[in-house]
Design a protein around this ligand. Sequence first.
Ligand code: HEC
Length: 411
Amino acid sequence: MGPSRLHLAQGTLAALALAAAVLLQGQPPAASPRSDNPLADSVESLRLGGDVMAQRRHIWTAFAEMVSGEEPAFAHWQGEGGVFSAEAAARRPGGIQGFLRPKSIGGDLHLIGAPIIAYNLFNPAAFAHIRDQGLYRKATLDRLQLTGKTGSVPPFPAAAIVIKTAWWPVAPEGLTAMPVWDPELNPPDPNGNPHLGWARVVAVDPANNSPDKTAAVQFIGRSFPGARRVQLEAFHHVAVDAAMAKQFALDPESNRTAILALGRPIAVNDRLALVGINMMTHEQQDWVWAAFWWHDRPEVGPFAADRPSALRGPWRNYLMQAAFDAETPRASDGGAHICFNPWLEARFPDHGQGGGTVSNCLSCHQRASYPAAPFLPVTRGAPNLREDPALAPDRLRTSFLWSLPPHAKRD
Ligand code: HEC
Protein backbone atom coordinates (compact mmCIF):
# COMPACT_ATOMS: atom_id res chain seq x y z
CA MET A 1 0.00 0.00 0.00
CA GLY A 2 1.53 3.37 -1.10
CA PRO A 3 1.70 6.33 1.25
CA SER A 4 -1.26 8.11 -0.30
CA ARG A 5 -3.53 5.09 0.09
CA LEU A 6 -2.42 4.60 3.66
CA HIS A 7 -3.23 8.23 4.34
CA LEU A 8 -6.69 7.76 2.86
CA ALA A 9 -7.27 4.65 4.96
CA GLN A 10 -6.30 6.47 8.14
CA GLY A 11 -8.54 9.37 7.23
CA THR A 12 -11.45 7.03 6.67
CA LEU A 13 -10.85 5.33 9.98
CA ALA A 14 -10.80 8.62 11.85
CA ALA A 15 -14.01 9.68 10.14
CA LEU A 16 -15.63 6.38 10.98
CA ALA A 17 -14.64 6.61 14.62
CA LEU A 18 -16.26 10.02 14.80
CA ALA A 19 -19.38 8.86 13.01
CA ALA A 20 -19.54 5.88 15.33
CA ALA A 21 -19.22 8.13 18.37
CA VAL A 22 -22.03 10.31 17.09
CA LEU A 23 -24.22 7.36 16.26
CA LEU A 24 -23.56 5.52 19.45
CA GLN A 25 -25.14 8.40 21.31
CA GLY A 26 -28.33 7.04 19.83
CA GLN A 27 -27.74 3.70 21.57
CA PRO A 28 -27.68 4.32 25.32
CA PRO A 29 -25.95 1.55 27.27
CA ALA A 30 -28.28 -0.55 29.38
CA ALA A 31 -26.61 0.62 32.57
CA SER A 32 -27.41 4.32 32.15
CA PRO A 33 -31.10 4.95 31.57
CA ARG A 34 -32.22 8.48 30.79
CA SER A 35 -32.48 10.35 34.05
CA ASP A 36 -35.54 12.41 33.11
CA ASN A 37 -37.54 9.34 32.24
CA PRO A 38 -38.90 6.95 34.86
CA LEU A 39 -39.96 4.60 32.05
CA ALA A 40 -36.50 4.32 30.53
CA ASP A 41 -35.51 1.26 32.54
CA SER A 42 -38.50 -0.73 31.49
CA VAL A 43 -38.41 0.48 27.91
CA GLU A 44 -34.74 -0.41 27.64
CA SER A 45 -35.46 -3.87 29.00
CA LEU A 46 -38.32 -4.24 26.54
CA ARG A 47 -35.87 -3.43 23.78
CA LEU A 48 -33.15 -5.75 24.99
CA GLY A 49 -35.53 -8.55 25.95
CA GLY A 50 -37.03 -8.67 22.47
CA ASP A 51 -40.26 -10.12 23.91
CA VAL A 52 -42.76 -9.31 21.18
CA MET A 53 -45.80 -9.73 23.42
CA ALA A 54 -44.40 -7.39 26.09
CA GLN A 55 -43.43 -4.84 23.45
CA ARG A 56 -46.90 -5.01 21.91
CA ARG A 57 -48.61 -4.52 25.28
CA HIS A 58 -46.53 -1.42 25.87
CA ILE A 59 -47.50 0.07 22.50
CA TRP A 60 -51.19 -0.83 22.79
CA THR A 61 -51.26 0.89 26.20
CA ALA A 62 -49.77 4.07 24.72
CA PHE A 63 -52.23 3.90 21.82
CA ALA A 64 -55.21 3.37 24.14
CA GLU A 65 -54.11 6.37 26.19
CA MET A 66 -53.88 8.51 23.06
CA VAL A 67 -57.35 7.62 21.76
CA SER A 68 -59.29 7.11 24.99
CA GLY A 69 -61.08 10.48 25.19
CA GLU A 70 -64.25 11.65 23.50
CA GLU A 71 -61.88 12.79 20.78
CA PRO A 72 -58.38 11.31 20.36
CA ALA A 73 -55.65 13.42 21.98
CA PHE A 74 -54.08 14.08 18.58
CA ALA A 75 -57.19 16.00 17.50
CA HIS A 76 -55.69 18.79 19.63
CA TRP A 77 -52.04 18.41 18.59
CA GLN A 78 -50.38 20.90 16.28
CA GLY A 79 -49.54 19.69 12.78
CA GLU A 80 -46.74 20.39 10.34
CA GLY A 81 -48.38 23.65 9.33
CA GLY A 82 -48.13 25.17 12.81
CA VAL A 83 -44.79 23.59 13.78
CA PHE A 84 -42.99 24.91 10.72
CA SER A 85 -44.67 28.29 10.47
CA ALA A 86 -42.48 31.38 10.60
CA GLU A 87 -44.66 33.26 13.11
CA ALA A 88 -43.97 32.35 16.70
CA ALA A 89 -47.58 32.29 17.84
CA ALA A 90 -49.11 30.83 14.70
CA ARG A 91 -51.36 28.25 16.28
CA ARG A 92 -53.61 26.44 13.88
CA PRO A 93 -56.61 24.29 14.70
CA GLY A 94 -55.35 20.96 16.10
CA GLY A 95 -55.34 17.64 14.28
CA ILE A 96 -56.15 17.07 10.61
CA GLN A 97 -58.57 20.02 10.84
CA GLY A 98 -55.52 22.30 10.86
CA PHE A 99 -54.09 20.74 7.69
CA LEU A 100 -51.55 23.05 6.04
CA ARG A 101 -48.66 21.61 4.08
CA PRO A 102 -45.49 23.58 4.88
CA LYS A 103 -43.32 24.58 1.94
CA SER A 104 -40.42 22.20 1.51
CA ILE A 105 -36.91 23.24 0.53
CA GLY A 106 -35.80 19.65 0.07
CA GLY A 107 -37.97 18.55 -2.85
CA ASP A 108 -41.20 16.65 -2.54
CA LEU A 109 -40.93 13.83 -0.04
CA HIS A 110 -44.35 12.51 -0.63
CA LEU A 111 -45.27 11.60 -4.18
CA ILE A 112 -43.61 8.18 -4.22
CA GLY A 113 -45.62 5.32 -5.63
CA ALA A 114 -49.11 6.28 -4.53
CA PRO A 115 -50.70 9.41 -3.09
CA ILE A 116 -52.34 9.48 0.33
CA ILE A 117 -53.54 12.29 2.57
CA ALA A 118 -50.78 12.22 5.16
CA TYR A 119 -50.24 14.72 7.95
CA ASN A 120 -47.73 14.84 10.82
CA LEU A 121 -48.95 15.82 14.29
CA PHE A 122 -46.76 16.80 17.26
CA ASN A 123 -47.89 16.43 20.87
CA PRO A 124 -47.39 19.47 23.15
CA ALA A 125 -43.99 18.23 24.41
CA ALA A 126 -42.65 17.67 20.89
CA PHE A 127 -44.12 20.94 19.62
CA ALA A 128 -42.67 22.99 22.49
CA HIS A 129 -39.22 21.47 22.03
CA ILE A 130 -39.09 22.24 18.31
CA ARG A 131 -40.37 25.79 18.80
CA ASP A 132 -38.39 26.64 21.98
CA GLN A 133 -35.11 25.34 20.54
CA GLY A 134 -35.80 27.01 17.19
CA LEU A 135 -35.49 23.69 15.35
CA TYR A 136 -38.07 24.87 12.81
CA ARG A 137 -35.56 27.47 11.58
CA LYS A 138 -32.83 26.80 9.05
CA ALA A 139 -30.57 29.28 10.86
CA THR A 140 -30.67 27.14 14.03
CA LEU A 141 -29.88 23.93 12.17
CA ASP A 142 -26.99 25.69 10.38
CA ARG A 143 -25.60 26.95 13.69
CA LEU A 144 -25.91 23.55 15.37
CA GLN A 145 -24.25 21.86 12.43
CA LEU A 146 -21.31 24.24 12.41
CA THR A 147 -20.76 24.93 16.10
CA GLY A 148 -22.77 22.34 18.02
CA LYS A 149 -20.75 20.08 20.31
CA THR A 150 -22.85 16.92 20.07
CA GLY A 151 -23.47 16.57 16.34
CA SER A 152 -27.16 16.35 17.13
CA VAL A 153 -30.13 18.60 17.86
CA PRO A 154 -30.82 18.91 21.63
CA PRO A 155 -32.53 15.77 22.95
CA PHE A 156 -36.34 15.76 22.93
CA PRO A 157 -38.14 15.35 26.28
CA ALA A 158 -39.18 11.80 27.11
CA ALA A 159 -42.85 12.78 26.82
CA ALA A 160 -42.49 13.81 23.15
CA ILE A 161 -44.74 11.97 20.68
CA VAL A 162 -44.93 12.54 16.93
CA ILE A 163 -47.38 10.75 14.65
CA LYS A 164 -47.91 10.61 10.93
CA THR A 165 -51.60 10.15 10.17
CA ALA A 166 -52.93 8.75 6.86
CA TRP A 167 -56.50 9.39 5.66
CA TRP A 168 -58.71 8.14 2.84
CA PRO A 169 -61.42 10.47 1.48
CA VAL A 170 -64.97 9.10 1.53
CA ALA A 171 -67.93 10.67 -0.30
CA PRO A 172 -70.93 11.40 1.98
CA GLU A 173 -73.24 9.60 -0.46
CA GLY A 174 -72.83 6.43 -2.46
CA LEU A 175 -69.96 4.00 -2.07
CA THR A 176 -66.25 4.80 -1.94
CA ALA A 177 -63.76 2.07 -2.77
CA MET A 178 -60.88 1.76 -0.32
CA PRO A 179 -57.91 -0.61 -0.65
CA VAL A 180 -57.21 -3.10 2.15
CA TRP A 181 -53.80 -4.64 2.86
CA ASP A 182 -53.70 -8.43 2.99
CA PRO A 183 -50.06 -9.57 3.09
CA GLU A 184 -50.87 -13.01 1.69
CA LEU A 185 -52.59 -11.49 -1.37
CA ASN A 186 -49.83 -8.97 -2.08
CA PRO A 187 -46.44 -10.68 -2.39
CA PRO A 188 -43.46 -8.30 -2.25
CA ASP A 189 -43.01 -6.54 -5.59
CA PRO A 190 -39.51 -5.25 -6.45
CA ASN A 191 -41.16 -2.02 -7.63
CA GLY A 192 -42.97 -1.60 -4.32
CA ASN A 193 -46.49 -2.44 -3.13
CA PRO A 194 -48.37 0.89 -3.23
CA HIS A 195 -52.02 0.79 -2.17
CA LEU A 196 -53.24 1.58 -5.68
CA GLY A 197 -52.34 -1.99 -6.67
CA TRP A 198 -53.54 -3.95 -3.61
CA ALA A 199 -55.56 -7.04 -4.46
CA ARG A 200 -58.71 -6.18 -2.50
CA VAL A 201 -60.91 -3.17 -1.75
CA VAL A 202 -63.87 -2.60 0.56
CA ALA A 203 -66.86 -0.39 -0.25
CA VAL A 204 -67.27 2.30 2.39
CA ASP A 205 -70.97 3.04 2.75
CA PRO A 206 -71.82 6.09 4.92
CA ALA A 207 -75.59 5.73 4.38
CA ASN A 208 -75.52 2.12 5.60
CA ASN A 209 -79.12 1.34 4.68
CA SER A 210 -78.63 -1.61 2.35
CA PRO A 211 -79.25 -5.20 3.48
CA ASP A 212 -76.49 -6.38 1.11
CA LYS A 213 -73.19 -7.42 2.61
CA THR A 214 -71.28 -6.76 -0.59
CA ALA A 215 -71.37 -4.26 -3.43
CA ALA A 216 -69.83 -3.79 -6.87
CA VAL A 217 -67.30 -0.94 -7.00
CA GLN A 218 -64.66 0.34 -9.39
CA PHE A 219 -61.24 1.48 -8.31
CA ILE A 220 -58.86 3.10 -10.80
CA GLY A 221 -60.02 1.04 -13.73
CA ARG A 222 -60.45 -2.24 -11.89
CA SER A 223 -63.82 -3.82 -11.07
CA PHE A 224 -64.52 -5.37 -7.70
CA PRO A 225 -67.92 -7.08 -8.01
CA GLY A 226 -68.04 -8.48 -4.46
CA ALA A 227 -66.42 -5.79 -2.31
CA ARG A 228 -67.42 -5.98 1.34
CA ARG A 229 -69.62 -3.13 2.50
CA VAL A 230 -68.20 -1.32 5.51
CA GLN A 231 -69.84 1.45 7.51
CA LEU A 232 -68.08 4.75 8.03
CA GLU A 233 -68.45 4.16 11.78
CA ALA A 234 -65.88 1.35 11.47
CA PHE A 235 -63.26 4.11 11.17
CA HIS A 236 -62.20 7.07 13.19
CA HIS A 237 -63.36 9.77 10.79
CA VAL A 238 -63.78 13.54 10.51
CA ALA A 239 -65.90 15.77 8.29
CA VAL A 240 -64.22 18.18 5.87
CA ASP A 241 -65.06 21.85 6.41
CA ALA A 242 -64.47 24.78 4.06
CA ALA A 243 -61.06 25.70 5.49
CA MET A 244 -59.84 22.11 5.15
CA ALA A 245 -61.17 21.74 1.60
CA LYS A 246 -59.26 24.88 0.64
CA GLN A 247 -55.96 23.58 2.06
CA PHE A 248 -56.34 20.12 0.50
CA ALA A 249 -56.93 21.75 -2.89
CA LEU A 250 -53.55 23.47 -2.53
CA ASP A 251 -51.70 20.22 -1.76
CA PRO A 252 -50.89 18.16 -4.87
CA GLU A 253 -50.73 14.83 -3.02
CA SER A 254 -54.07 15.30 -1.22
CA ASN A 255 -55.63 16.44 -4.47
CA ARG A 256 -54.42 13.38 -6.32
CA THR A 257 -55.67 11.13 -3.54
CA ALA A 258 -59.13 12.66 -3.85
CA ILE A 259 -59.19 12.31 -7.63
CA LEU A 260 -58.30 8.63 -7.33
CA ALA A 261 -60.73 7.87 -4.49
CA LEU A 262 -63.66 10.12 -5.46
CA GLY A 263 -63.05 11.13 -9.07
CA ARG A 264 -63.02 14.82 -8.02
CA PRO A 265 -61.28 17.19 -5.60
CA ILE A 266 -62.19 17.14 -1.91
CA ALA A 267 -65.40 19.02 -1.12
CA VAL A 268 -67.02 20.31 2.06
CA ASN A 269 -68.84 17.53 3.89
CA ASP A 270 -66.65 14.75 2.51
CA ARG A 271 -65.37 12.49 5.26
CA LEU A 272 -61.79 11.54 5.95
CA ALA A 273 -61.41 8.00 7.27
CA LEU A 274 -58.28 7.36 9.32
CA VAL A 275 -56.53 4.42 7.65
CA GLY A 276 -53.11 4.53 9.29
CA ILE A 277 -50.95 6.03 12.03
CA ASN A 278 -47.17 5.90 12.39
CA MET A 279 -46.16 6.76 15.94
CA MET A 280 -42.81 7.62 17.53
CA THR A 281 -42.52 8.25 21.27
CA HIS A 282 -39.30 9.50 22.88
CA GLU A 283 -39.30 6.97 25.71
CA GLN A 284 -35.80 6.02 24.62
CA GLN A 285 -33.16 8.01 22.75
CA ASP A 286 -33.85 6.11 19.54
CA TRP A 287 -37.60 6.58 20.12
CA VAL A 288 -40.14 3.73 20.27
CA TRP A 289 -41.91 3.07 16.96
CA ALA A 290 -45.25 1.64 15.92
CA ALA A 291 -47.49 1.36 12.87
CA PHE A 292 -51.30 1.09 13.06
CA TRP A 293 -53.51 0.38 10.06
CA TRP A 294 -57.21 -0.26 9.54
CA HIS A 295 -58.52 -3.68 8.57
CA ASP A 296 -62.00 -5.11 8.01
CA ARG A 297 -60.98 -8.32 9.85
CA PRO A 298 -59.15 -6.73 12.76
CA GLU A 299 -59.44 -9.69 15.11
CA VAL A 300 -57.28 -12.04 12.97
CA GLY A 301 -53.53 -12.63 12.80
CA PRO A 302 -50.35 -11.63 14.62
CA PHE A 303 -50.93 -7.88 14.26
CA ALA A 304 -54.22 -8.16 16.14
CA ALA A 305 -52.63 -9.90 19.13
CA ASP A 306 -52.77 -8.49 22.67
CA ARG A 307 -55.21 -5.66 21.85
CA PRO A 308 -56.46 -4.38 25.21
CA SER A 309 -60.15 -4.26 26.12
CA ALA A 310 -59.68 -0.57 26.95
CA LEU A 311 -59.78 0.14 23.21
CA ARG A 312 -63.34 0.92 22.15
CA GLY A 313 -65.40 1.33 18.99
CA PRO A 314 -63.52 1.99 15.77
CA TRP A 315 -60.18 1.91 17.59
CA ARG A 316 -60.51 -1.87 17.78
CA ASN A 317 -60.28 -2.02 13.97
CA TYR A 318 -56.61 -1.12 13.72
CA LEU A 319 -53.80 -3.66 13.49
CA MET A 320 -50.37 -2.88 14.91
CA GLN A 321 -46.68 -3.63 14.51
CA ALA A 322 -43.92 -2.28 16.79
CA ALA A 323 -40.19 -1.59 16.65
CA PHE A 324 -37.97 -0.91 19.65
CA ASP A 325 -34.83 -1.68 17.67
CA ALA A 326 -33.53 -1.67 14.07
CA GLU A 327 -32.38 -5.29 14.28
CA THR A 328 -34.15 -7.25 16.99
CA PRO A 329 -36.19 -9.34 17.46
CA ARG A 330 -35.14 -10.96 14.16
CA ALA A 331 -37.74 -11.26 11.40
CA SER A 332 -39.10 -14.63 10.27
CA ASP A 333 -36.77 -14.51 7.23
CA GLY A 334 -33.83 -14.37 9.65
CA GLY A 335 -33.05 -10.77 8.71
CA ALA A 336 -33.31 -7.60 10.75
CA HIS A 337 -36.58 -6.77 12.49
CA ILE A 338 -39.39 -5.57 10.19
CA CYS A 339 -41.92 -2.86 11.04
CA PHE A 340 -43.78 -1.01 8.32
CA ASN A 341 -47.14 0.62 7.68
CA PRO A 342 -48.81 -0.74 4.52
CA TRP A 343 -50.23 2.71 3.70
CA LEU A 344 -46.97 4.58 4.10
CA GLU A 345 -43.99 2.31 3.49
CA ALA A 346 -45.19 -0.71 1.44
CA ARG A 347 -44.79 1.49 -1.64
CA PHE A 348 -40.99 1.71 -1.35
CA PRO A 349 -39.15 -0.23 -4.10
CA ASP A 350 -36.41 -2.81 -3.53
CA HIS A 351 -32.97 -1.48 -4.41
CA GLY A 352 -31.01 -4.40 -3.05
CA GLN A 353 -31.76 -4.63 0.67
CA GLY A 354 -35.47 -5.26 0.22
CA GLY A 355 -38.46 -3.00 -0.35
CA GLY A 356 -40.90 -1.31 1.99
CA THR A 357 -42.44 -4.59 3.14
CA VAL A 358 -39.20 -5.53 4.93
CA SER A 359 -38.39 -2.02 6.11
CA ASN A 360 -38.02 -0.87 9.71
CA CYS A 361 -38.87 2.59 11.03
CA LEU A 362 -35.62 2.97 12.97
CA SER A 363 -33.42 1.68 10.21
CA CYS A 364 -34.59 4.51 7.97
CA HIS A 365 -35.13 7.24 10.57
CA GLN A 366 -31.68 6.80 12.15
CA ARG A 367 -30.40 8.30 8.87
CA ALA A 368 -32.38 11.55 9.33
CA SER A 369 -29.90 14.40 9.23
CA TYR A 370 -29.26 17.94 8.03
CA PRO A 371 -28.86 19.14 5.30
CA ALA A 372 -31.74 17.12 3.82
CA ALA A 373 -30.60 13.75 2.43
CA PRO A 374 -32.43 11.15 0.31
CA PHE A 375 -34.34 8.69 2.50
CA LEU A 376 -34.36 5.91 -0.09
CA PRO A 377 -33.28 3.23 -0.82
CA VAL A 378 -34.69 1.13 2.00
CA THR A 379 -31.97 -0.07 4.38
CA ARG A 380 -32.25 -3.02 6.70
CA GLY A 381 -30.77 -3.35 10.17
CA ALA A 382 -27.83 -1.47 11.66
CA PRO A 383 -26.46 1.78 10.20
CA ASN A 384 -23.83 1.43 7.49
CA LEU A 385 -21.30 3.85 8.91
CA ARG A 386 -18.76 3.08 6.24
CA GLU A 387 -20.78 3.85 3.13
CA ASP A 388 -23.92 5.78 3.98
CA PRO A 389 -23.50 9.49 3.13
CA ALA A 390 -26.44 10.33 5.40
CA LEU A 391 -24.33 9.13 8.35
CA ALA A 392 -21.25 11.23 7.51
CA PRO A 393 -19.82 12.77 10.69
CA ASP A 394 -20.08 16.38 9.51
CA ARG A 395 -23.86 16.16 9.30
CA LEU A 396 -26.26 17.23 12.03
CA ARG A 397 -28.35 14.36 13.44
CA THR A 398 -31.98 15.51 13.73
CA SER A 399 -33.04 13.01 16.43
CA PHE A 400 -34.61 10.63 13.88
CA LEU A 401 -36.94 13.35 12.57
CA TRP A 402 -36.98 13.41 8.78
CA SER A 403 -39.32 16.38 8.60
CA LEU A 404 -36.98 18.95 10.20
CA PRO A 405 -34.41 19.32 7.39
CA PRO A 406 -36.75 19.89 4.43
CA HIS A 407 -39.30 22.02 6.28
CA ALA A 408 -37.02 24.27 8.37
CA LYS A 409 -37.72 27.90 7.51
CA ARG A 410 -35.22 30.24 5.88
CA ASP A 411 -35.48 33.59 7.63
C1 HEC B 1 -37.31 4.42 4.09
C2 HEC B 1 -37.54 5.49 5.02
C3 HEC B 1 -38.66 5.48 6.03
C4 HEC B 1 -39.20 4.43 6.72
C5 HEC B 1 -38.88 2.95 6.56
C6 HEC B 1 -40.13 4.99 7.67
N1 HEC B 1 -40.17 6.35 7.54
FE1 HEC B 1 -41.17 7.63 8.74
N2 HEC B 1 -40.63 9.18 7.55
C7 HEC B 1 -39.76 9.10 6.49
C8 HEC B 1 -39.63 10.39 5.88
C9 HEC B 1 -38.75 10.75 4.69
C10 HEC B 1 -40.44 11.27 6.63
C11 HEC B 1 -40.65 12.77 6.40
C12 HEC B 1 -41.74 13.01 5.43
C13 HEC B 1 -42.67 14.05 5.95
O1 HEC B 1 -42.47 15.23 5.79
O2 HEC B 1 -43.62 13.64 6.61
C14 HEC B 1 -41.04 10.48 7.67
C15 HEC B 1 -41.89 10.98 8.65
C16 HEC B 1 -42.30 10.27 9.75
C17 HEC B 1 -42.94 10.85 10.90
C18 HEC B 1 -43.15 12.33 11.12
C19 HEC B 1 -42.01 12.87 11.97
C20 HEC B 1 -40.68 13.05 11.27
O3 HEC B 1 -40.32 14.16 11.01
O4 HEC B 1 -39.93 12.09 11.03
C21 HEC B 1 -43.22 9.82 11.76
C22 HEC B 1 -43.89 9.93 13.12
C23 HEC B 1 -42.77 8.61 11.13
N3 HEC B 1 -42.20 8.92 9.91
C24 HEC B 1 -42.88 7.35 11.71
C25 HEC B 1 -42.46 6.20 11.08
C26 HEC B 1 -42.74 4.87 11.59
C27 HEC B 1 -43.48 4.56 12.86
C28 HEC B 1 -42.21 4.00 10.68
C29 HEC B 1 -42.26 2.50 10.71
C30 HEC B 1 -43.53 1.90 10.84
C31 HEC B 1 -41.57 4.79 9.63
N4 HEC B 1 -41.76 6.11 9.91
C32 HEC B 1 -40.88 4.24 8.57
C33 HEC B 1 -39.09 7.99 6.07
C34 HEC B 1 -39.30 6.69 6.54
